[in-house]
Write a protein that binds this ligand. Structure first.
Ligand SMILES: Cc1ncc(COP(=O)(O)O)c(C=O)c1O
Length: 445
């Protein structure tokens, strides 16, 4: 028997949240720009596996079981930015299923490691931070390919109505009950949009006066779990007609507010929580009677490797400066990205390629190379660089174009080639995806 009053449970799954066992609502007191408006943070890391996505993972699986698409011993596959995967992995462990999760290698190391620690099979791909549904490459395409095998089933959090339904059934009723129906504004960050769509629907059904507000990051952001307006167009659960307002939040502003929440409110909020709060500051007026509830999806603990990038002074000088080899390598790669002599945009690269056919080094995994590559490119996957180098030009002055999928891994390619003494090396910004988008020639094999 599960007893929420005594907090005693038959299994960890009994801790999954609902109106009888809500995640906490905590009032913010110090970081607010308001005099009258009250703001409450809903702390979703009090879910059993650490994030808002536990609700979704539980409902996606329950829905699959009800529809009999998920059976005993089921192999699940799901592209995820981390939190859904963590919830799914743990519920799969509890229920005797398994999880394979293709994801972007740009997702924080903490999440990729913990997914493996929890027992998921993690396939790391060179993809953007949030997988883009419908895009030909990346985590979603990989998951769909695996899901074609009869023994696998993909729950598809980007299109499955069981995602918003999880919030309609739990998050919405919790907020309504916790505020005794006094909530006036509901604010959530936008990722798959399950949270805003499902919770918003429930709250508007209780009172059409409740304002449903969405916060999203700016283009080129680095906030795990949420999507810019462009990335949102590809999420089938993004229903802007059902929201009252949207606000864009700058990357740096979100990281800085996250620091303040931790230091001034003693709330261990991660960057996407702060982004949602920053959006609330923009959208909600300061008026007596306003009661705002903001979803705080997960805590700061998973984001050490993200926060050190945006908040100076968090890494001891010696580890940033020299003793930490990885930090140094990261810095060198970023130096390449910032050095106009070492990068080239895709149009200029195409002109150069047509003019004098530089040596093209493609550092992507072989399957991506085989699907489509610049004609004549030589494939040496990043992980294998340093092995057989006989295919590289003998002349250290030869022009070399380093390419990958999106123009990130190719920066490491430049670094490597430079370390061998090649003098005329550039990384192609935007990668093969940009080359293909322009309609430039490719070969496949
Ligand atoms: C950390 C974090 N913040 C925000 C969100 C956005 O929630 P939703 O996908 O329901 O829009 C997610 C979803 O993955 C997340 O992991």
């Amino acid at each position: 028997m599960n007893d929420h009053a005594l907090r005693i449970y038959d299994s960890i799954l009994g801790l999954l949240c609902n109106a009888d066992n809500p995640t906490p609502l905590v009032r913010l007191n110090r970081v607010l720009p308001f005099r009258d408006t009250q703001v409450y943070a809903k702390l979703e890391w009090y879910n059993p596996f650490g994030a808002v996505k536990d609700r979704v993972a539980a409902n996606l699986i329950a829905d699959g079981e009800k529809r009999e698409t998920v059976h005993a011993g089921q192999k699940l596959v799901e592209p995820t930015s981390g939190n859904t995967g963590m919830g799914l992995a743990m519920i799969a462990n509890a229920k005797g299923y398994s999880l394979t999760t293709p994801l972007s290698s740009e997702i924080p190391l903490e999440k990729r490691t913990m997914l493996r620690f929890f027992g998921a099979e993690v396939l790391e791909l060179e993809d953007t931070l949030c997988p883009a549904p419908g895009a030909p490459e990346g985590a979603i395409a990989k998951a769909m390919e695996i899901a074609d095998r009869p023994e696998f089933h993909m729950l598809n959090q980007y299109a499955n109505e069981a995602n918003p339904e999880a919030h309609y059934k739990t998050t919405g009723p919790e907020i309504w009950r916790q505020t005794q129906g006094r909530v006036t504004h509901f604010v959530a960050g936008l990722g798959t949009c399950g949270t805003i769509t499902g919770t918003g629907r429930f709250l508007k059904e209780q009172s059409s006066a409740v304002q449903v507000l969405g916060a999203h990051p700016a283009e080129g952001h680095d906030i795990p779990g949420v999507r810019s307006l462009r990335q949102l167009q590809q999420t089938q659960l993004f229903r802007p007609d059902e929201y009252d307002q949207l606000a864009e939040v700058q990357n740096q502003a979100a990281f800085e507010l996250s620091l303040r929440l931790n230091r001034e409110e003693s709330i261990t909020a991660g960057p996407s929580s702060a982004m949602a709060l920053a959006g609330a500051f923009e959208m909600v007026p300061d008026e007596p009677g306003n009661i705002v509830v903001v979803i705080f999806p997960d805590s700061s603990f998973k984001y050490a490797s993200s926060v050190v990038k945006y908040l100076p002074g968090l890494v001891a000088a010696n580890s940033a400066g020299g003793t930490s080899r990885n930090a140094l390598l990261d810095r060198m790669v970023e130096n390449v990205r910032a050095n106009g002599d070492l990068i080239i945009d895709v149009d200029a690269a195409h002109d150069a390629w047509q003019e004098h056919r530089p040596f093209v080094l493609d550092v992507r995994p072989t399957d991506q190379y085989q699907e489509a590559h610049i004609p004549g490119a030589i494939n040496m996957p990043l992980e294998e660089l340093g092995g057989d180098l006989s295919a590289l030009p003998g002349d250290l002055g030869a022009p070399i174009l380093s390419v990958c999928q999106r123009g990130n891994a190719s920066l490491s390619g430049v670094l490597f080639l430079k370390s061998l003494g090649y003098r005329n090396v550039r990384s192609m910004t935007g990668g093969t995806l940009a080359w293909r988008e322009k309609g430039f020639a490719t070969d496949s094999e």
